[in-house]
Design a protein. Structure first.
Length: 265
């Protein structure tokens, strides 16, 4: 039985490796490679997110690769989820979305008996344009977003086999698509403010305290209000109003930030 399991695992590795060689051949791609390893057994697994023309957010037979699961119950595995709930090892997304919306991709993680310390390593970051930001969200420890950069590309965490697999989110965005009234990019601000569909996202970096958030419509009427004081958190404010431009005003201990955002409801 052990030989059968080993052979099946080898087939999975070879199949994924063939696809991965194809996807990494062109270094100009908007490609993110994620590798996990750790625990007592030393398993290694990987997942890919790739923005390309012709892809959709659902499972695309010509482009995507479904996740093949190991028969070994102690295997450590990661995979992403398409918009139609298909589990993917290679997830190709629409190229036009890269510079248009906040792309939030669920990243699943499971580990074997005993658990332990694990790492997520992000690579191929140089294949994205300079404006693109990549963030990791660990739902098990809170709402904080962790900025993934060439200098900070490894995330260390503890995992147990009985924890939910739906632990991580990968957020990929171009902050230049949203500018405030004066045209200053959110990428140059300590507090980041942007919108996707009918949600406004406000990222409060570590060391900065937000005391008050107010949202106004184009006529100046307040439509939402939130009081928060936590440092290093993500604030999500839903706007259930008509489609149009809104203004977000964020008050910190020493500054007031104002951002004009487009809400699509």
């Amino acid at each position: 039985m052990k030989a059968t399991t080993t052979l099946f695992t080898l087939i999975l590795v070879l199949a994924l490796s063939a696809n991965c060689q194809d996807i990494t051949r062109d270094k100009t791609n908007n490609l993110l490679k994620i590798v996990t390893e750790g625990g007592d057994q030393g398993f290694v697994d990987e997942a890919y997110i790739h923005f390309r023309e012709g892809a959709t957010t659902a499972y695309d037979v010509p482009y995507d690769s479904k996740k093949w699961y190991s028969m070994d119950p102690e295997a450590t595995m990661i995979w992403t989820i398409a918009s139609d709930s298909t589990n993917l090892a290679i997830n190709k997304l629409p190229l036009e979305d890269l510079h248009a919306i906040l792309n939030s991709i669920p990243l699943q993680f499971v580990c074997g008996y005993g658990g332990g310390e694990y790492i997520l390593t992000f690579s191929e970051l140089e294949t994205f344009g300079e404006n693109i930001e990549i963030w990791l969200q660990d739902l098990l420890i809170g709402n904080d977003w962790i900025n993934v950069t060439a200098e900070e590309s490894v995330y260390t965490f503890n995992g147990l086999p009985d924890e939910p697999a739906d632990r991580f989110r990968i957020h990929i965005l171009d902050p230049e698509v949203v500018t405030d009234v004066s045209g200053i990019s959110t990428a140059k601000k300590p507090v980041k403010i942007y919108a996707s569909k009918n949600n406004i996202y406000i990222i409060n970096p570590v060391g900065s305290v937000i005391n008050d958030i107010k949202i106004y419509n184009i006529l100046g009427s307040e439509v939402n209000h939130k009081i928060t004081s936590a440092s290093g958190t993500l604030n999500i404010i839903q706007i259930n109003e008509q489609t149009g431009y809104y203004f977000a005003r964020v008050l910190t201990d020493n500054h007031v930030y104002t951002e004009k955002v487009l809400i699509i409801y």
